[in-house]
Design a protein around this ligand. Structure first.
Ligand SMILES: NC(=O)c1ccc[n+]([C@@H]2O[C@H](COP(=O)([O-])OP(=O)(O)OC[C@H]3O[C@@H](n4cnc5c(N)ncnc54)[C@H](O)[C@@H]3O)[C@@H](O)[C@H]2O)c1
Ligand SMILES: [Zn+2]
Length: 684
């Protein structure tokens, strides 16, 4: 079947220049079976006028670091074609020479660096050129008899180039193939992808789709009823799988996070299940990457766990721990066997883990990284299905893979990313995060790189806070009443299923009440106890359970209060519960120390701005206690402090970030007051 034609003349920009290239690129990118995320590149050659008013031809080609699905005009580099074309006659050129040369041909400043595959666009003598990584073509390009299959499909309308790493020579070979065979309509790049072209943007787009469609039709005609040797395992029922994931994801995350914390993502789609449940998945998954572009995000091979649901959860946990350890060992060997001087090994943990009956788990430095791995391995599964239906699946050798994975030009792309922050790859759950101190804490931890679970009984507020945290899937809102054992467990389960585990838990959800002891009802007392004391207990217990399964330590931060240590009038129920929290924190510090789980407390006082507690009855009650009007409280609290300041939720969040991060790594059982200085609460 030909891929869907999305070109719409009424949407397409006028003219046949950069705007039209952008439009075409986004259409191609919107279909991931044609171009994988961050993959592929497109170009056009057009007439421009330079800064001196001279006419010149500019090659507009995708810049490094953007995804063509979302590219804008600014994402393209512009090079003076007349200065680029003479390179075609050179015998050879190193990557460094090529980059340095191309940098000097820039038509204008302020544009991204041109794609690594720029020269193939320059050397193919057509106005518009597409280089894509379509599943259907790669299936042919990764089959052992690829050139013969290609001839069967296209006759003499296609040329084949064997796999070599992208760069000057590959571009030259592609350019030569087109120049020497003017009748051809495409070049198939062994184990890699496709080059197509056209005299105008619309024709180029249609050519690309038509050529891919022909390969797809060939694969459709060869489709096997039982791909990958047919199923040998049945998918688990949803509920069983769900419960199992809660038990095994933290184990996997811990094993994979020893060197560097990572975020996990589960995929149980029908395509994935068909593959992981199959007879041949174990072997096929170990052949190698389906496209050089995938390697950096999937590694050369996934970890395949040789397990069946009948073996049970404990066997799976053990096989995951052993499997990850073995994978890392083998990765180190691969690195040692292929490294060149100056290379530093990446995290050796697998990025893709396949579990029969369960699905695929990908990992990444953040949720986006895990998503990229997921998408790319989906592409691999489709490619393997196609290749095996027409004779088998071959891939890059280990040295070829290494040369891509540790290619300085790929590393350059990574170097464009900002430096990792303190809490990168970590998962933080904050209770009561819909408002006040919890909300400020969620945002602060997110700003340090953490993925945040915004837990609260107020779901509307929690959703708002989660939505305000930028980045791909960096925060989720979960409904959690901290007084309910079931709700707390469900929220942790959801956290584990979403991100794979948890590293930081902030016990913050709270209320306040104030009344003289004679007027304190049993209900008031119980309410304070259940939300503050019992709530902190239930959340901590679940945190410990997940953290112990992960086995890579963790951090609990308790939001206590000045009242945890200082006696105040008319707030015995609240203060006693707050004192219980503080002592619980210190007891847990003793229990968690051996496992690297730290527990520290922050004691705020008088945080009036942004706090819902201070919107309501508590403000009136506290004001009455001090004989003040409610709106005089800010000033009263400020003047009461040693530093004469008001304390904000952000001030508390700063202290939480300190305890949650590596800067406090040698402190546990600790207490930090953030109250502007209240002598009664000075810790002794
Ligand atoms: N604001 C202050 O002056 C102050 C001073 C000392 C200590 N504290 C402590 O700081 C913490 C946060 O207070 P804040 O001022 O940000 O209050 P806030 O009312 O603005 O936020 C508290 C949040 O907790 C949530 N919550 C209440 N009961 C819950 C439950 N059972 N389960 C889950 N979530 C629940 C609320 O929905 C709310 O979003 C509390 O533990 C409080 O005791 C606050
Ligand atoms: Zn490519």
């Amino acid at each position: 079947m030909t891929p869907t034609n999305l070109w719409n003349d009424s949407d397409a920009p006028a003219g046949d220049g950069l705007a039209s290239l952008t439009y075409r690129s986004r259409l191609l990118g919107s279909d991931r079976t044609l171009v994988n995320i961050y993959g592929g590149n497109t170009s056009t050659k057009g007439d421009e006028t330079d800064h001196l008013g001279r006419p010149c031809t500019v090659l507009w080609v995708k810049g490094s670091g953007s995804d063509i699905a979302s590219i804008t005009d600014k994402g393209f580099a512009g090079l003076k074609l007349d200065e680029v074309l003479p390179l075609f006659d050179r015998p050879s050129m190193s990557d460094e020479e090529m980059i340095a040369y191309l940098d000097r041909t820039a038509f204008e400043t302020g544009r991204p660096r041109q794609s690594i595959e720029t020269l193939l666009h320059a050397f193919v003598p057509a106005k518009h050129v597409d280089h894509t990584h379509p599943d259907a073509i790669i299936a042919v390009a990764c089959s052992p008899n690829g050139p013969a299959v290609m001839r069967e499909i296209y006759g003499d309308r296609a040329a084949w180039v064997d796999y070599i790493r992208p760069g000057f020579t590959l571009s030259q070979q592609i350019g030569a193939a087109v120049r020497e065979n003017p009748q051809i309509e495409c070049v198939v790049m062994g184990k890699h992808g496709l080059v197509t072209w056209g005299p105008d943007s619309k024709t180029c787009y249609h050519n690309t789709l038509r050529i891919i469609g022909e390969a797809q039709a060939y694969l459709d005609a060869h489709r096997q009823d039982q791909p990958y040797g047919g199923p040998v395992v049945e998918s688990m029922a949803d509920d069983d799988r769900d419960a199992l994931l809660g038990q095994v994801l933290p184990v996997l995350r811990g094993a994979a996070s020893a060197e560097k914390k990572s975020i996990l993502l589960v995929d149980t789609s029908p395509e994935v299940m068909e593959f992981v449940n199959s007879r041949d998945a174990k072997e096929l998954s170990q052949v190698g990457a389906a496209c050089p572009d995938h390697l950096v995000h999937t590694k050369r091979v996934p970890l395949f766990i040789d397990w069946k649901p009948a073996e049970g959860v404990e066997a799976l946990q053990a096989k995951i721990s052993d499997g990850v350890a073995r994978y890392k060992e083998e990765y180190k060997q691969y690195f040692d066997a292929n490294k060149t001087e100056g290379d530093t090994m990446f995290t050796p943990a697998p990025r893709v883990v396949l579990i029969p009956g369960v699905g695929m788990v990908t990992s990444g430095p953040d949720a986006m990284g895990a998503e990229v791995s997921r998408q790319l391995y989906h592409r691999a599964i489709v490619v393997i299905k196609g290749s095996t239906s027409i004779g088998g699946f071959v891939s890059l050798s280990a040295p070829e893979s290494y040369a891509i994975e540790y290619w300085p030009l790929e590393l350059y792309k990574l170097s464009l990313k900002p430096a990792p922050r303190d809490l990168e790859g970590q998962v933080a759950l904050v209770t009561g995060a819909a408002s006040g101190i919890g909300r400020a804490t969620a945002k602060r931890l997110a700003a340090e790189g953490a993925h945040v679970v915004v837990a609260d009984i107020n779901m509307d507020g929690a959703k708002e806070v989660a939505a305000s945290i930028p980045g791909h899937h960096r925060a989720i809102a979960v409904s959690m009443n901290v007084t309910s054992e079931e709700a707390v467990q469900a929220a942790f389960h959801q956290t584990v299923k979403t991100y794979g585990g948890v590293d930081i838990v902030v016990n913050n959800a709270g209320i306040a009440s104030s009344a003289p002891i004679e007027e304190t009802t049993l209900q008031d007392w119980d309410r304070n106890q259940s939300i503050l004391s019992t709530g902190y207990f239930l959340v901590s217990r679940e945190a410990f359970r997940v953290m112990r399964k992960q086995g890579v330590g963790g951090n609990l931060v308790f939001i206590g209060s000045k009242n945890s240590v200082a006696a105040g009038k008319n707030a015995a129920a609240y203060s006693a519960a707050k004192a219980a929290e503080l002592h619980m924190a210190r007891c847990l510090a003793e229990e968690g120390g051996g496992a690297g789980i730290r527990i520290n407390s922050v004691l705020p006082d008088g945080v009036l701005s942004g706090s819902s507690i201070w919107d309501g009855k508590w403000r009136a009650e506290r004001a009455a206690t001090y004989g003040l009007q409610p709106d005089q409280l800010e000033e009263f609290y400020r003047n009461r402090t040693t530093l004469k300041v008001n304390v904000t939720p952000e001030d508390i969040a700063e202290a939480v970030a300190f305890f949650a991060g590596p800067k406090s790594k040698k402190t546990t059982g600790g207490v930090l007051t953030v109250d502007g200085g209240v002598p009664a609460a000075y810790v002794r």
